[in-house]
Design a protein around this ligand. Structure first.
Ligand code: ZN
Length: 125
């Protein structure tokens, strides 16, 4: 299972927002930048939607919507929570803990098989 925490720790919010917001402003010392138009209300002019490129949080001072990079991706892509996690994992090459573990186990199994074959070859020579 992919969990949101893992996704959030693996994605640099600065890179994430640079990829997705073409009107991203210059961040201030706290990391807050103009985020262009708010995705949550029918925003017509930029200025009220802020993004923090350090923490990944976003906040709209006009409609009060706020969230993190996952909420942002869900809203921008129109996808559900688990689908969004899956898409982000694909986009940023993040593997779930389980698939890492499975791959490790498969590698170990392959080594064991190879060792057994080698042993057998020795015995039969
Ligand atoms: Zn808004």
């Amino acid at each position: 299972m992919l969990d949101a925490k893992r996704i959030k720790s693996a994605i640099d919010p600065r890179v994430f927002y640079q990829n997705r917001v073409n009107q991203l402003g210059t961040p201030n010392t706290d990391g807050w930048a103009d985020g262009g138009l708010c995705l949550w209300h029918g925003d017509k002019r930029p200025g009220s939607f802020k993004i923090n490129v350090n923490t990944g949080h976003c906040h709209c001072f006009s409609c009060g919507a706020h969230g993190d990079i996952i909420d942002f991706a869900m809203q921008q892509d129109g996808t559900g929570f688990s689908e969004t996690l899956k898409n982000l994992a694909n986009e940023y090459g993040i593997q779930s803990d389980i698939s890492l573990k499975a791959r490790q186990q498969a590698k170990e199994r392959a080594l064991l098989v190879k060792a057994a074959q080698f042993e057998e070859a020795l015995l039969h020579d």
